[in-house]
Design a protein around this ligand. Sequence first.
Ligand code: HEM
Length: 158
Amino acid sequence: MSLGRSHSAWLSFILPMVIIVFLAFPGLSQAETEKSLYERLGGYDAISAVVDRFLEKVWNDPEISRFFIGMGTDTRNQLRQKNKNLMCHDTGGPCKIISRPLEVAHAGLGITEKEFNIVVNHLASTLKEFKVPKPEHEELMAKVRKLKPYIVETKAKD
Ligand code: HEM
């Protein structure tokens, strides 16, 4: 029977060949083993240090510090942790998102595009401070720039 023959040909010849090729050329499975952005950034501790420094800059910037007036130490610590988890998760790390959806958390704050860009630039300068290589820097910044529609307040249509 042709079906039986092709089945046994698969088991006796093709399958071992596939295994040999994969063993001989481990590069073929590179896509699976390629490191996530999370790993290339240096993992959780690196992300944690970046977020700490980034938020310090944001909170001390006179152009946007008014958004954070009245936040006590515990609230600021929570905001730090929420941002760490978000960055860890969105770069492929093993963290859970513990914050509200960004469009919910920022609704009603009236954040302008200019203010969004100030925050984005603080992240970019922090990544430079931490000497994050260009490919990882660009990849992360592209992800963050895409968040603009969730953060910037759009004027209600008439
Ligand atoms: C650049 C992208 C941004 C990201 C990834 C981000 C991320 C976050 C996260 C994770 C939270 C916590 C939400 C929660 O409590 O569940 C948050 C809250 C907040 N963010 Fe942002 N944010 C961004 C931009 C901005 C900008 C541009 C401003 C103001 C200039 C801002 C001001 C705030 C404030 C005031 C809160 C606290 C809101 C509240 O608890 O009521 N954020 N943000």
